[in-house]
Design a protein around this ligand. Structure first.
Ligand SMILES: NC(=O)c1ccc[n+]([C@@H]2O[C@H](COP(=O)([O-])OP(=O)(O)OC[C@H]3O[C@@H](n4cnc5c(N)ncnc54)[C@H](O)[C@@H]3O)[C@@H](O)[C@H]2O)c1
Length: 444
């Protein structure tokens, strides 16, 4: 690799602060590249699990690598170990949005993690911020760090994480890695580090530009889905199948690529528009971003109301809601930011009628998370299981919904005049309600 000393490359010492979805997948990818990784995690349960070689979430490829590299070139700690001359300290702590109050991002995890790294910094160390932050945050942090560095000039960069859960390891290798720096030397160090890790490095002209790139990527997706959802609602108000209209509008027409309508979910999409909006002074621009976000959130409320209406009109007493993880493909067990969780909250007044299920989460995990009755996949799909659901709502597109076993299960329920709400159209049944027709009169 051009410009990288291979001797140094194999000896590089990096410290990753926060071993969640982003930190752990990056750690796993880095140890495969022969870096020495010191991972720091403050949550006891996560620390204990990782120290035993057990990842605390599902992601293809991480379990075996964790076990293989643990205590060889991957070390797990609760506190940053002393006396290691780090080439880079990478911050991957959460930056959640405070939905209960202001819809503003909470930067307290980030700020306290910065305090913990300050004693370990030297002029050699590159500080990498990888958490998603409002524009301007990295520069403030660089100032904070340099104000307490006793005259040493500390290099700070912002290098955003842009992977999708379920394919993180592949994408860490293949996606262009955006890098930036508070100084030319910070940029050079960030380029060197990410050239070891990935196929392509994209050097950004400033910290702010790199922060914006990340926020533009996710907010664009959110807005794009919002317009599809708006079009769908409009088509339905005319009694039409929205997806059909969209497909025809896109067909062989090079200037139209309207997405499939549906819920917009996940730990990033639910919050990144708010993070982008934090520092926007232009009011119309801010309103445009946030109304797209709120439009997507509103779909969950509209859907819940319609579901309740169908339950009332048909005097339904036994409902199965399946697909609680925020997406089905690629499979994940992550329920953060899941529309299903929001929908369950909205359905609390009829909770006694509902049993929940997910292909990627155990019945016990679901029960602990939501308080709803839950059922294990093996039990649900048993042939001898009584056929008594009056309504089945499928909320994500996990590939198992297309399996023979699940289709047999559905067929047995359908014989019982069960109403099937298949939000993503994963089943090939004629008698089903999808998101593209749930609001039309047809189903009233
Ligand atoms: N999940 C994703 O796919 C994804 C993708 C792109 C960007 N991001 C962004 O990356 C950041 C991290 O996301 P995540 O999903 O990994 O979050 P997460 O909550 O899964 O992980 C963060 C971890 O940091 C730990 N932590 C907090 N403070 C700490 C400290 N001082 N020292 C050590 N550990 C500490 C927490 O206990 C937690 O395990 C967020 O800003 C998020 O928006 C996430």
């Amino acid at each position: 690799m051009q410009g990288v000393n291979l001797e140094k490359r194999s000896a590089m010492q990096i410290c990753i602060i926060g071993l969640g979805y982003v930190g752990l997948t990056l750690a796993i990818h880095a140890v495969k590249k022969k870096l020495f990784v010191h991972g720091v995690e403050i949550a006891d349960e996560i620390y204990d699990s990782l120290s035993r070689g057990k990842p605390h979430f599902y992601e293809p490829g991480i379990g075996d690598t964790l076990n293989h590299h643990l205590n060889k070139n991957l070390f797990i700690y609760k506190k940053i170990p002393e006396k290691i001359d780090y080439d880079a300290i990478i911050i991957t702590v959460g930056t959640p949005v405070n939905f209960k109050h202001s819809n503003e991002p909470r930067l307290d995890h980030l700020e306290s993690s910065i305090e913990t790294i300050i004693p370990h910094l030297t002029e050699k160390t590159l500080v990498v911020l990888r958490s998603t932050v409002p524009v301007g945050t990295t520069r403030k942090i660089a100032t904070r760090i340099n104000n307490s560095s006793n005259g040493q000039l500390i290099d700070v960069s912002f290098c955003p994480e842009r992977t999708a859960e379920g394919q993180a390891l592949t994408e860490l290798q293949q996606l262009p890695q955006v890098v930036s720096g508070n100084t030319p030397s910070a940029l050079k160090k960030a380029e060197m580090l990410f050239k070891i890790l990935s196929d392509e490095v994209l050097s950004s002209s400033s910290l702010e530009e790199a922060e914006l790139i990340k926020l533009f990527n996710n907010t664009f997706r959110d807005s794009m889905f919002s317009i599809s959802n708006t079009f769908n609602i409009i088509a339905q108000s005319f009694g039409l199948d929205g997806e059909n209209v969209i497909n025809m509008a896109n067909h062989n027409y090079p200037r139209s690529y309207i997405s499939k309508p549906g819920f917009v979910a996940g730990p990033c999409l639910e919050k990144d528009a708010y993070i982008l909006a934090t520092n926007i002074k232009d009011e119309p621009a801010k309103i445009s971003l946030l109304s797209a976000r709120e439009n997507n959130r509103d779909l969950e409320i509209k859907f819940t109301n319609k579901l309740k209406e169908i339950v009332d009109n048909n005097q339904i007493n036994k409902i199965l809601i399946s697909g609680i993880a925020f997406k089905g493909l690629p499979p994940t067990n992550d329920t953060r930011g899941s529309s299903s969780i929001n929908i369950l909250e909205n359905l609390s007044s009829i909770s006694e009628k509902i049993t929940i299920h997910d292909f990627m989460n155990s019945a016990e995990a679901l029960k602990n998370m939501t308080n709803y009755e839950s059922i294990e996949t093996s039990k649900l799909l048993q042939n001898e299981q009584p056929i008594n659901y009056e309504m089945i709502v499928i909320l994500n597109n996990h590939p198992e919904y297309k399996s023979k076993k699940f289709n047999n299960f559905i067929e047995r329920q359908s014989n019982n005049k069960c109403i099937i709400v298949d939000v993503w159209g994963v089943l090939s049944l004629k008698e089903k309600i999808t998101i593209t027709n749930i609001f039309t009169e047809v189903w009233q």
